[in-house]
Ligand binder design. Structure first.
Ligand code: RIB
Ligand code: CA
Length: 318
């Protein structure tokens, strides 16, 4: 069993990812941490507690950061995920409370208690991870791997979804993302380069809605809002499965092709949030902010049908 912590901002596609991780017999969820992003931190935490209930997950939920490292709140993408961050179906309700330990402390404690055994899967902004690093810089060497849904490196022509050069999770806290890049952990970016190719078509969406499993029905219901957003911006074949693709990478990395090299994040200016991979680390540049930066894996190719089959078979059964 691979031990995982899921750091997330539910979020419709976060919900899909959490269900995949929960139903995968090879993964053990040690805890779920929440972060601001698709909605404010109160909503993303309430949504996570609701998901834990609907999906019957036996793992603690820890609330994390409500603001990026620079303290400046950004507008929430209600047009993508709804006012409640979960498709405005009216389903979300939870009397439960998050665990009293804050997300960053939970991450530190769990990694220290399970050295070299835990994979952290991040599905939102990287604020909690950056804050955990400031408490315990040794996390970078004690964590098995960090798998990041985030970034866009220009492969397959995908460069950004909140600006021409930035992806939402990185743009939402570029300082945190760059801090995560600077640390020496094993890390893999599952960015728009691949997630935009993993498209859930109407046939698969109908299977979720028509399933007799309540968790799958819930995914079917909330993803209608998400699908409508993508239809409104010209995607006629369905919606891209961002966050669950990062979980799929942990389950079946052989479905992805990666390139390795140092990654930095532009933290301000017109390219704020751009993830930049130095593809020629041996070359001598006049100005080199990538020198001596630990390498990351960047997903540049994916067997999209394979990822979608993993998703469908894991949540619906073979
Ligand atoms: O860019 C896609 C990412 O932004 C996903 O994690 C989605 O949930 C949103 O937060
Ligand atoms: Ca997310």
């Amino acid at each position: 069993m691979k031990k995982v912590i899921i750091d997330c901002d539910p979020g419709i596609d976060d919900a899909m990812a959490i269900l995949l991780a929960h139903r995968c017999k090879d993964l053990e969820i040690l805890g779920i941490t929440t972060v601001h992003g698709n909605a404010d931190i109160e909503n993303t935490t309430a949504n996570t507690l609701h998901l834990r209930n609907v999906f019957n997950i036996d793992a603690p939920v820890h609330q994390g950061a409500g603001l990026p490292l620079n303290g400046v709140e950004l507008a929430y993408p209600t047009f993508v995920h709804g006012d409640d961050g979960m498709g405005d179906t009216g389903d979300v309700q939870s009397d439960a409370s998050a665990d009293s330990t804050e997300a960053e402390q939970f991450i530190v404690d769990t990694i220290r208690a399970n050295p070299h055994e835990v994979t952290i899967i991040t599905l939102g902004r990287l604020t909690n991870l950056a804050r955990a690093l400031t408490i315990a810089p040794e996390l970078a060497t004690l964590t098995k791997e960090v798998v990041i849904m985030g970034g866009a490196f220009g492969e397959n022509q995908f460069r950004g979804n909140v600006s021409p050069c930035a992806e939402a999770n990185i743009y939402g806290d570029p300082d945190a993302a760059d801090a995560v890049c600077l640390a020496g952990w094993q890390k893999t970016f599952v960015g728009l380069d691949v997630t935009m190719l993993v498209v859930v078509d109407p046939q698969r969406q109908a299977k979720f809605r028509q399933s007799d499993d309540t968790a799958c029905q819930f995914i079917g219901r909330i993803s209608e809002f998400y699908n409508n957003f993508y239809t409104s911006i010209g995607y006629t074949e369905g919606f891209p499965m961002h966050d669950a693709s990062a979980v799929a990478y942990v389950i079946a990395p052989e479905l992805f092709r990666v390139q390795t090299g140092p990654v930095r994040v532009a933290t301000n200016g017109i390219a704020k949030g751009e993830t930049i991979l130095n593809r020629e680390p041996a070359r001598e540049y006049v100005e080199d902010h990538w020198a001596d930066i630990p390498a990351a894996n960047v997903c540049i190719g994916v067997e999209a049908a394979g990822v979608l089959d993993v998703y469908e078979h894991t949540i619906l059964g073979p």
